[in-house]
Design a protein around this ligand. Structure first.
Ligand code: ZN
Length: 348
């Protein structure tokens, strides 16, 4: 039996002796495998880090070139801005030049070189603004007083102030030159001052178109210089058509309209230019006899013998107010009022 154990021991020993190297070799082999795997994974990590770095480097280079591109764009934009600035300056200079030219042209009289020579007379005898005759409201009364200033003017101004009414005075230059303070008082109170000739002498002013212009230019400069307001309206002494101007009134009207002035006849009259003064009631009745006009231009006289005209004013104003009228001074929106032309009465 002892032999059996010996054999067994010998076999075991042989096995151990034969197996140990194999065992150790196996262990070494495993460690090597693990290290190789680890090295592989590290290499892979290194590879991907490198790829990431390459990617970032690429992005950086892209960003740099974009930045360079933007720099160039910025530079281009700057120089475009510079040249736009220069262009703007050049245009502003051109605009200024055009403005000056317009200013010069607007001060140059607008006459027709083939027209009558009198168009070139008095190059500053022009109304201040172009006629715009479309705006006047209906049911308005324009009270007008001719031939002043006179001893009556102060009372007329008082009544108008009390009634809060603005009116129009067609003044005679000769009388106005004698009392320029009254002209200024009219303007200061908000009334319109129109031209009614310098001399009021029919034979003189209606001798020719040139004679008419010469006379009117004198009253024009008087009003302009004494009041600071350039007149636009004028009234023909005796009305636009009378036995003195019948041959030339159309030429006068055309020439004055060309210069921007607005002629003003009337459609309601006090008929107060009588030898014996009328009673105030008669004056009111005369004016109201015109009937229910859309717009009334009332002719009255402001002169020494016309005290009853002044006395008639309060009753006249009350009667017109009762008929629904309001009062206004003549302003450039009001259409020309001429006996022989379509006038305010036919207006809508
Ligand atoms: Zn008159």
């Amino acid at each position: 039996m002892k032999n059996v154990w010996k054999v067994a021991a010998a076999v075991l020993a042989a096995c151990v002796l034969a197996g140990a190297p194999a065992y150790f070799a196996l262990r070494e082999h495993r460690a090597l495998g693990e290290m190789t795997a680890r090295a592989d994974s590290l290499r892979a990590e290194a590879d991907s880090a490198e790829a990431a770095r390459d990617g970032l480097a690429g992005e950086l280079s892209d960003a740099q070139s974009r930045l360079e591109g933007q720099g160039a764009e910025l530079e281009a934009a700057r120089s475009a801005l510079d040249s736009a600035d220069k262009e703007r300056e050049a245009l502003a200079a051109q605009l200024e030049e055009a403005r000056t030219k317009i200013e010069e042209l607007s001060q140059t009289p607008r006459f027709d070189p083939d027209g009558p020579a009198y168009q070139q007379l008095y190059p500053d005898f022009y109304a201040p603004q172009p006629l715009d005759a479309s705006q006047a409201p209906a049911r308005v009364i324009y009270l007008t007083f001719d031939d002043g200033p006179s001893v009556q003017t102060g009372r007329v101004l008082e009544i108008l102030a009390r009634e809060n009414i603005k009116a129009t005075f067609f003044v005679v230059g000769r009388s106005g030159a004698a009392s320029p303070d009254t002209l200024r008082a009219m303007v200061k109170a908000g009334h319109t001052v129109g031209m009614h000739s310098w001399s009021h002498e029919y034979k003189t002013i209606y001798a020719s178109v040139e004679a008419f212009l010469e006379d009117m230019y004198k009253v024009f400069t008087l009003i302009r210089d004494e009041t600071g307001v350039t007149p636009t309206f004028f009234r023909f002494p005796g009305g636009s058509t009378n036995s003195y101007d019948y041959g030339i009134y159309q030429d006068i009207v055309a020439e004055m309209l060309r210069r921007g002035f607005v002629p003003c006849d009337w459609n309601m009259s006090a008929q107060d230019a009588t030898k014996t003064p009328l009673a105030p009631e008669q004056i009111v009745a005369n004016i109201l006899s015109a009937g229910n006009v859309a717009r009334g231009v009332v002719l009255m006289h402001d002169s020494k013998p016309r005290a009853t005209t002044v006395e008639a004013l309060p009753a006249l104003i009350a009667a017109l107010r009762e008929r629904g009228y309001t009062f206004a001074p003549l302003t450039p929106e009001v259409k020309p009022t001429l006996f022989n032309y379509k006038n305010y009465e036919q207006m809508p």
